[in-house]
Write a protein that binds this ligand. Sequence first.
Ligand code: SAM
Length: 390
Amino acid sequence: MDNNQKHLNHIDRVNLGSYYTPEIIVDLAYSILNKNISDIKNWTILDSSCGYGSFLAKKGVAKRLVGADIDKTAILEAQKKNKDITFICQNSLANVCRENLSIKTEEKLIAIGNPPYNDTTSIIRNSIKDVSVQNKIDSDIKTRDLGMSFLLSYNKLQADYVCVLHPLSYLIKKANFSLLSKFAKNYKLIDGIIISSHEFSDTSRGMAFPILIALYKEDSDGMTYDYIQKYQFKVKDDGSFCLRDFDTIANYVQKYPNKKYLNGNDKPVAKFWTLRDINALKRNRTFIDSDTYNTVYILMEKLPYYCYIDVFKQYADKMPYFIGNCDIIIDNKKFNDIKECFIAQSVHTNPILKNKFKFREIPNAKLKIDNYFKELLGNKLGEKYAKNFN
Ligand SMILES: C[S@@+](CC[C@H](N)C(=O)[O-])C[C@H]1O[C@@H](n2cnc3c(N)ncnc32)[C@H](O)[C@@H]1O
């Protein structure tokens, strides 16, 4: 982001999700568009969260360019830079219709951009979040995340194509995908490329997470969650991956608090923190001592899997960023072949388990685990990723 795009203080930037897009990413989005649409010169391109207009600074690219943003200063700046474009200062999630954007029903429309993606219920930043925008969002597109509401708004505008950046988690987490059902009913992901959140200098301090530059096409068949599971996602400067290629821990263990499902005969032998995705595992604890609203109670027969997760955490920093929002991956057969190595490693390194259990030393346990991860990543994602585990 260049310096003249820094007119907001930290609070406003968080409220509006104002992280501006580097030119190289804008160019990537246009290259995806051009690959899939032969005549974008005949289309109207709309960025309804345009900021300083990075996605609209491409002269002559389309028949008509329209920009809108809730931030008045950003709109004034965008207008200064691009005098021949229509810019509108508005809340693009309220009273959503083509008319308010001076776009006619018959215009062929591509929605483009990098809408804000701040989860409006997130605990960390709630204290500085402005609820007034949230309160004015049209009820039929209101979700817990501004970015998902933006996707739903493109559906309301009946855009023919939608080419926007959004967290990959919108598609790959089932709960998110369900929130997008009105969008998914009418649009299909036809192309896209995954980039790291660290491509944005302003967000590079936190843990990297995958962002998809997605191209959706209006399609009366829409897309199902199964379609996403089978989709081959391309990764910038890397290969590609498909969620279906991975087996995950969710198929073998309880991820969420399970107290109410235990019956009188169940005798939990250990406790675990709620499981989410790989990035959450990096931040969170694994085995715990306390009983909290986040506690998962572990029965003896499932203990090896939780040891696996505990050991996985030790290796998580070596996993590529683009699987950060996936469930913890596993090769169940190979894991079972060496499960004693995982139990030994976890019992001998985790202070909570060390106090609870005794387990014999397994010769070369660490080496076998290294090899396990080398194969897991190498086989599914390519040799490049296996090298991290040498
Ligand atoms: C991630 S920035 C992207 C800006 C620009 N598209 C770019 O890529 O450089 C998100 C933009 O969304 C705007 N925004 C946030 N909520 C909005 C809303 N409800 N209506 C319109 N714009 C909004 C912010 O002001 C900010 O400029």
